[in-house]
Design a protein around this ligand. Structure first.
Ligand SMILES: Nc1ncnc2c1ncn2[C@@H]1O[C@H](COP(=O)(O)OP(=O)(O)OP(=O)(O)O)[C@@H](O)[C@H]1O
Length: 797
């Protein structure tokens, strides 16, 4: 070792660096220094080699907050926990699978890139952990077991403090009345000291109602292995996994002691006030439906069909909902195409009471109904739909109604028939409310929904629990906490969703378009010029040709309708936007699915959601909605269901065409943030090999380009805006008008798709850091940061 390095290594022994510049060494030296410092005496050379394989330890050691004593066997432990409750997990550790199952129960996933996953402990996540049966000690003990260092005292204190009041009180609907219930009467007394809660108490009840606490965890969810084995000869118990909540809960059944619960009744109309107030004073209420003891509401004849078997991740999600034998309200997050519908249907088959399903479009209503019939044995007559076209009720005492958010919340100009159905919906109790695509529903609208539909439990389903307007927190209060969030890459590896290669294609602006772009007086005009950049057009044309020849089916997305039409017409492809009549939409989609001659369609943002086209294997985005992470993820979702996803070596493709040196580049990076957190790597393509030599591409001559430019300049600002729609591809015509940035990697087209025709630029550094340094922050990031600061305060840092 050179003398200076040696001196540094010695300094490292005393944990002091002369200056920051002295600290960084090469990776190998860092690892060696770490081994020298912490390797226990007598550890074999083989063990030392194992430390070197641990590629991350040295990085964390260099930063103060990780400066805790590493445990001697840290290399075999996968987790780092910092003072603020941030957890970093090595996905290459042998203990990864178990640790992941545990972490998903206690913390919120923030980012799951290929080698490192990041989670955060939050009051909500700890709340969810408690509600599935983990105790404070379980959480601390398990976390410590997986951690490479001793758990920081602040984190222990945070877990203790956060869990001390969680699960202590709950709101329960019993015999159609709302009760605040607790095993500890002093908690109820504490709540009643609050004047608002006292005011909301139903005065018809005196003192506390007392009854035996219900037994927990005896429930078998239909379609799960547990349910399948329910009638079989008892097997020796499997080795208990950290997440085998039901096993833990089953054990509790043997407990001879019968707990008492105490409760007081509140006025039904004040339910939301009480829930909000309890959260404010630090005793959040769990909201659970004791459906098995509900003798007031009629049972619904529904079960999963014998052949239906739900997948492991679907079972894990449902265990979070039904883990203690009651239905716990909350949100389940699964990637597009991962089977949220079946999760909802299984929840309905578990609760077996009347169910209300709300979706975003009339077509989704049709799809939900078909899925209910496909997966369950429900009598089709018991499923009613409530849309502009159909206004049905179910005939018996219990049934399912499927409708849209807009049908339920629209208050003016209801037809007579609609009003009758609304009366029917309002006048009864619902066992379960399933809110599909729950991220799109504004809080104000959802409040109207909860007001109109008296439901005992609520299940929100979404692929992207994201809103750029920072309103996602509201859903915690209106529906419940996030119960489960799946790992996208894991599901892709298991073949449940397609593997996708993502690329951002940089298209040089032509000089004449760029001159006008710089002079353009409005954002809309600049947007139009960058979308209509002739080079972008040529890149799009090239990629369509390339993928059509490979046998791919391609969807091209443009938010801007002028660009959509211009591109599609010039390339002689079919297109759909808000103004396309319904019959024509269906015809185009049918052709795309079944006609070999139709390999490419153009869609406006109307196709962002609820589009089930498993034939699609390639997606090209030419114009998009600013920096919307949600739209990016939803669009990617259109190719995750690719039929061919289990073919050997199959990849779907997702291209974003970006005009270079325009605002599109900034937005594009921002849009990718969510997907980057899900482990997708965006490659940057700077040049399509052979594009310049192609003479058949559009806008090849200066006069063609000038003509296009003139046309673009003549457009009004309104035409430069994104399409304004309210609904999706299958709705009726509704046309009207952490700052994480992509990880960019070098690549060759052969990596992407088997050719050698494109060149890439290499971006080693995450642009995330650039944004942080420059202080570019959106509201979401500010909120996250505030949340982290609060968490720090809570752990006393
Ligand atoms: N356990 C299962 N066994 C077999 N097939 C399943 C299972 N779960 C889901 N599927 C199938 O996977 C496909 C996608 O399911 P679904 O439409 O519910 O996805 P999604 O998560 O709602 O997607 P999106 O967010 O795009 O609406 C469907 O064809 C469904 O039948």
């Amino acid at each position: 070792m050179p003398p200076k390095r040696k001196a540094q290594a010695q300094a490292a022994d005393s944990d002091e660096y002369e200056s920051e510049d002295d600290a960084p060494l090469s990776d190998q030296e860092d690892i060696q220094r770490l081994i020298d410092k912490y390797d226990v005496v007598g550890q074999s050379k083989r063990n030392r080699a194992a430390h070197v394989i641990d590629a991350a330890s040295h990085l964390f050691k260099l930063c103060d907050q990780w400066d805790a004593k590493l445990k001697p066997d840290h290399a075999s432990r996968p987790v780092w926990v910092d003072d603020a409750g941030r957890i970093i997990m090595e996905s290459f550790s042998p203990a990864f699978a178990d640790a992941q199952t545990f972490l998903i129960n206690i913390a919120e996933p923030q980012s799951r890139v290929s080698r490192m996953h990041e989670y955060t402990l939050t009051p909500h996540s700890l709340f969810a952990a408690m509600s599935v049966g983990l105790s404070t000690d379980d959480i601390i003990m398990q976390l410590d077991r997986y951690s490479k260092t001793a758990l920081p005292d602040g984190v222990r204190a945070f877990i203790k403090e956060s869990t001390s009041s969680f699960g202590k009180a709950r709101i329960v609907l019993k015999r159609t009345k709302y009760f605040i219930e607790s095993t500890d009467p002093s908690i109820l007394q504490q709540l009643l000291k609050d004047p608002i809660i006292a005011e909301c108490r139903d005065n018809t009840t005196d003192g506390f109602v007392q009854e035996a606490a219900p037994k927990m965890g005896t429930l078998a969810i239909p379609g799960t292995k547990m349910a399948a084995g329910a009638n079989q000869v008892a097997q020796p118990p499997p080795q208990q996994q950290p997440d085998d909540m039901l096993a833990t809960l089953r054990e509790e059944d043997d407990d001879e002691d019968i707990d008492q619960v105490h409760a007081f009744q509140i006025k039904g109309e004040d339910r939301e006030r009480v829930v909000k107030k309890c959260r404010e004073i630090g005793i959040p209420l769990t909201e659970e439906y004791d459906f098995r003891n509900d003798e007031v509401n009629a049972n619904l004849e529904i079960d999963l069909r014998p052949g239906a078997q739900i997948r492991d991740y679907q079972e894990r999600a449902l265990n979070k909902m039904f883990g203690n034998g009651r239905a716990r309200s909350g949100i389940i997050v699964l990637p597009c195409g991962a089977g949220k519908t079946l999760v909802g249907i299984t929840a309905a088959c578990t609760v077996k009471k009347s169910v209300m399903v709300l979706c975003t479009s009339a077509m989704s209503v049709v799809q939900w109904r078909a899925e209910f019939i496909k997966w369950s044995n429900i009598n089709p007559n018991d499923i009613a739909t409530f849309t502009a076209e159909n206004k049905d009720k179910f005939p018996g005492n219990a049934g399912v109604i499927i409708s849209t958010y807009s049908m339920i919340t629209q208050s003016r100009n209801r037809s007579y028939d609609s009003e009758k159905i609304m009366e029917f919906i309002r006048s009864r109790e619902w066992g379960l409310l399933i809110a599909d695509e729950v991220h799109v529903v504004p809080a104000k609208l959802f409040k109207k929904v909860t007001y109109a539909i008296a439901s005992h439990s609520k299940l929100g389903l979404t692929a992207t629990l994201l809103r750029e307007d920072d309103k996602i927190e509201d859903l915690n209060f209106l529906i419940g906490p996030k119960l489960y969030e799946a790992n996208w890459q894991e599901l892709a590896e298991q073949g449940h969703i397609a593997k996708v290669q993502c690329a951002e294609v940089w298209c040089q602006m032509t000089p004449e378009f760029y001159t006008e772009y710089l002079k353009a007086p409005s954002v809309q005009k600049r947007g139009l010029l960058s979308t209509m950049n002739p080079k972008k057009f040529q890149h799009c044309q090239y990629l369509i040709d390339y993928h059509e020849k490979r046998g791919d089916k391609i969807i091209v997305f443009s938010d801007n309708v002028y660009a959509l039409e211009k591109y599609a017409k010039k390339l002689n492809k079919a297109y759909i936007y808000g103004g396309t009549p319904q019959a024509e939409r269906l015809r185009i989609l049918e052709n795309f699915q079944h006609n070999e001659l139709v390999s490419t369609i153009f869609l406006s943002k109307i196709g962002d959601t609820s589009l089930d086209l498993p034939e699609a294997t390639c997606l090209i985005q030419i114009s998009s909605h600013y920096g919307s992470r949600r739209q990016e993820a939803q669009r990617l979702g259109r190719i995750l269901r690719a039929k061919r996803r289990n073919d050997e070596g199959f990849n779907a493709f997702f291209y974003s065409l970006v005009s270079k040196d325009t605002i599109e580049m900034y937005y594009s990076s921002k849009r990718q943030a969510f997907l980057v957190d899900q482990g997708y790597a965006f490659k940057v393509i700077t040049r399509l090999e052979g594009l310049e030599q192609r003479s058949d591409l559009a806008f090849a001559t200066p006069s063609d380009r000038r003509e296009l430019l003139m046309d673009v300049l003549l457009r009004s600002d309104a035409e430069g805006e994104a399409e304004k729609i309210d609904g999706d591809l299958f709705g009726r015509n509704k046309a009207g008008g952490r700052k994480k940035v992509a990880r960019r990697m070098a690549g060759t087209l052969s990596e992407l798709s088997g050719g050698q025709d494109m060149a890439y630029i290499e971006y080693n550094k995450s642009r995330n850091k650039d944004f942080k340094a420059k202080g570019v922050k959106n509201d979401f990031m500010r909120k996250l940061q505030r949340g982290n600061q609060n968490a720090k305060k809570l752990v006393g840092k």
